[in-house]
Design a protein around this ligand. Structure first.
Ligand code: GUN
Length: 294
């Protein structure tokens, strides 16, 4: 078994991003700029957004965090998004999900200018992704592709089983792995909570992408020898044994699955760190107008 080491790859790619960010600053007189909107104070969202902001600073981006009380109205939020859309000094805008129940996440997602949608959630970006056109790819799937690329994992012709069909990870991942691209060219099965014979499906996989959000959901009896395992799970549990007060668990029962795998991502230290890299690369591409020219 070999580790797909998110920490190593993320640090390496962040050095490259930092070098390019310095070039943007020299050429344009300003840094790539990411704005994040955080509504409320969900513990997980707080941690993720803080990490996104910290990493922006680390690679020489400007970052701005706009915080809102959970009682903020949908109209106020949409007004702010429109204001940021029009701000020439902002390259990327993300609204951390989930949002309070009275705010429609679809309206919010569609309000963001697709040219600044560095989360890659806007229908224009998802549609372009389907058609294999230049677009912002959602950060977690993008991070997984970068990881597979870095380790030169040959995915062509392999059977990839994705577990979980979320808009953010499972659904886009299934499309990306099936695309005529590298990584890609897989035969893909997208499984979910209503899949009848989940274990049998997962046993067919050369590549398993676990994005179901349930601790240790993928067990050793579901995994064929030699499979490549990508664990997207970040399941937080309160713990008195860690400095943060939380311990993270993946969707994969790592201790028992790892001995059967050819490659596997750890949690923490795997996909989570690559998600940030995906976001940074999208923000940089936006600042350089690589996807949309104007
Ligand atoms: N919530 C969970 N993952 C994500 C993400 O990648 N982007 C945003 N905006 N919210 C999330």
């Amino acid at each position: 078994m070999q580790l797909l080491d998110g920490k190593y790859v993320a640090e390496k790619l962040k050095l490259e991003i930092a070098a390019e960010a310095a070039e943007v600053l020299a050429a344009r007189g300003r840094k790539p700029h990411l704005v994040a909107i955080l509504v409320g104070n969900d513990g997980g969202s707080e941690t993720y957004v803080a990490s996104k902001m910290k990493n922006c600073e680390k690679v020489g981006f400007q970052s701005s965090l706009l915080r809102y009380d959970p009682s903020v109205s949908e109209a106020e939020l949409l007004d702010k998004i429109r204001e940021i859309n029009a701000d020439e000094n902002v390259d990327g805008l993300i609204v951390q999900l989930p949002l309070p129940k009275h705010i429609d996440p679809e309206k919010v997602t569609e309000a963001i200018d697709h040219r600044k949608d560095v989360d890659g959630f806007h229908p224009v970006n998802l549609g372009r992704m389907m058609r294999n056109l230049p677009c912002f790819i959602p950060a977690t799937p993008y991070g997984i592709l970068l990881m597979l690329q870095e380790y030169k994992i040959d995915t062509a012709g392999k059977h990839c089983v994705v577990v979980g069909r979320s808009n953010i990870v499972g659904s886009p991942m299934s499309i990306l792995m099936a695309r005529n691209a590298n990584p890609g060219n897989c035969t893909v099965t997208l499984t979910h909570s209503r899949t009848k014979d989940l274990k049998e499906q997962v046993l067919q996989a050369d590549i398993i992408i676990a994005a179901i959000g349930k601790k240790n959901f993928i067990t050793a009896d579901m995994v064929s020898p030699g499979a490549i395992i990508i664990d997207v799970g970040i399941n937080r549990e309160v713990s008195d044994k860690t400095k943060s007060g939380y311990k993270l668990y993946g969707d994969v029962d790592f201790d028992n699955v790892a001995p059967k795998a050819s490659w596997i991502t750890p949690v923490p230290g795997g996909v989570g760190l690559m998600t940030i890299v995906g976001l940074l690369k999208n923000t940089l591409a936006s600042a350089k107008k690589e996807i949309y020219k104007s």
